[in-house]
Write a protein that binds this ligand. Structure first.
Ligand code: 5GP
Length: 184
């Protein structure tokens, strides 16, 4: 007997809101299949190729686009990011719930090609908190911080396009909400 197809959950939201923290916590449980994206950005310390991302060159990414590899892809902060289509479709067909953690442009593409996807927008508790997170993060230059803040403000304006808004007050609460969206 074939299993019922899994649900595709798209988790999006502004850069700096804490999407990747949610995903790393969720990985401790067995609720989802996590798509591994391809990116042209360089690995950060500790990121393993094939686990965090498939790190590829610009030419390789371009070839992947031409081979129609991606369910969606987008440019973000000077690099390209894409979700390989086949592993996602295979996991859904096998009855697994799939979680994509992607930026907003890519989320829109997924909604267009897979209208049943459950679209979730992660919001910061306040704009002030998001700004503090972006400003305090890492070793970015003032210029980069200003660019990231401007982008985050634009991204916040897309919240109304999503089916579900989750406020990132508590990681545990967000995780619970995502699991119940997948299993309900
Ligand atoms: P980072 O470089 O910090 O890992 O990710 C930057 C942004 O790219 C984040 O907002 C993340 O959600 C997004 N992202 C990661 N993988 C993908 C992908 O496959 N497609 C799209 N559209 N965005 C992605």
């Amino acid at each position: 007997m074939r299993s019922a197809p899994g649900k595709l959950i798209v988790l999006s939201g502004p850069g700096g809101v804490g999407k990747s923290t949610i995903v790393s916590e969720l990985k401790k449980f067995d609720h989802f299949y996590f798509s591994v994206s391809a990116t042209t950005r360089k690995p950060r310390p500790g990121e393993i190729d094939g686990v965090a991302y498939h790190f590829v060159s610009d030419a390789q990414f371009q070839e992947m686009i031409e081979l129609n590899t991606f369910l969606e892809w987008a440019e973000f902060a000077g690099a390209r990011y894409g979700t390989p289509r086949l592993p996602v479709l295979d996991a859904l067909e096998a009855g697994k719930h799939v979680l994509l953690e992607i930026e907003i442009d890519g989320a829109r593409q997924v909604k267009r090609s897979m209208p049943d996807a459950v679209m979730v927008f992660l919001q910061p508790p306040s704009m002030k908190e998001l700004e503090a997170r972006i400003t305090n993060r890492g070793t970015d230059t003032q210029e980069r911080i200003a660019a990231r803040l401007a982008l985050a403000r634009q991204e916040m304006a897309a919240a109304g396009e999503f089916d579900h808004l989750l406020v990132n007050h508590q990681v545990d609460e967000v995780i619970q909400a995502l699991v119940s969206l997948a299993t309900s």
